[in-house]
Design a protein around this ligand. Structure first.
Ligand code: PRP
Ligand code: URA
Length: 209
């Protein structure tokens, strides 16, 4: 799985363990997802290019590094992607945002689209797609299909948990898109849920079940 980076930082793993616990409250779950998003954002942006610019410190002139190129796009797969998105925006407040509304049909496990809005110039920007769960990968593959149709050609995918089945399917469909995750779990169950996982990310974030 050469396209896969597992972020095994102890803080990420510790926070993830609390999130997995079924007794963790909705408020804590949401806060932890945002905190982990900070740490994952750090990793997914680690190799961004910088350029030297001229500034004046209070002590005098200096040539200092600054991010090069156009602002990033964070593309959130609704709903649960928004939990990662808000943490990412804490670190990169100038990022542009795309929203991709998808839900998984519980019978077929196919992704059903209900909303799409992205900056018009995504062809010129790095797009980081965020969704906590990569299960069958139907949602992620469909979101990235759509972004590519609109011209995106430099894409990364960031999630909290991935299933091996999802990583394989994703990599077959989009071999050019690297995946960053906090954990590669064991497998999917018969209903397409990640095992041992953390349950339904959207429901746990918003207390809808
Ligand atoms: C969840 C999750 C992913 C998708 C992953 O969303 O946030 O988008 O399932 O499953 P997949 O890899 O098998 O497609 P869900 O459809 O439950 O929608 P929600 O975020 O609105 O709850
Ligand atoms: N979506 C979730 O929210 N959780 C899973 O385990 C699989 C898909």
């Amino acid at each position: 799985m050469e396209n896969l980076t597992i972020v095994d930082h102890p803080l990420v793993q510790h926070k993830l363990t609390i999130m997995r616990d079924k007794d963790t409250s909705t408020a804590s779950f949401r806060r932890l997802l945002e905190e982990i998003a900070h740490l994952l954002c750090y990793e997914v942006t680690r190799d961004l290019e910088t350029q030297t610019i001229d500034i004046q410190t209070p002590m005098g002139p200096m040539q200092a590094p600054a991010l090069k190129g156009k602002k990033l796009v964070f593309a959130s797969i609704l709903r649960a992607g928004n939990g990662l998105l808000s943490g990412m925006l804490d670190l990169v407040p100038s990022a542009r945002v795309a929203h991709i509304g998808l839900y998984r049909d519980p019978e077929t496990l196919q992704a059903v689209e209900y909303y799409f809005k992205a900056p018009t110039d995504i062809a010129d920007r790095l797009v980081i797609v965020v969704d906590p769960m990569l299960a069958t990968a139907n949602s992620a593959v469909s979101a990235i299909d759509k972004l590519k149709e609109r011209g995106a050609n430099n894409i990364r995918f960031l999630c909290l948990l991935a299933a091996p089945e999802g990583v394989r399917r994703f990599t077959e469909a989009h071999p050019d898109v690297p995946i960053f995750t906090a954990s590669l779990d064991e497998k999917l169950n018969d209903h397409g849920y990640i095992m041992p996982g953390l349950g339904d990310a959207g429901d746990r974030m918003y207390g809808t079940r």
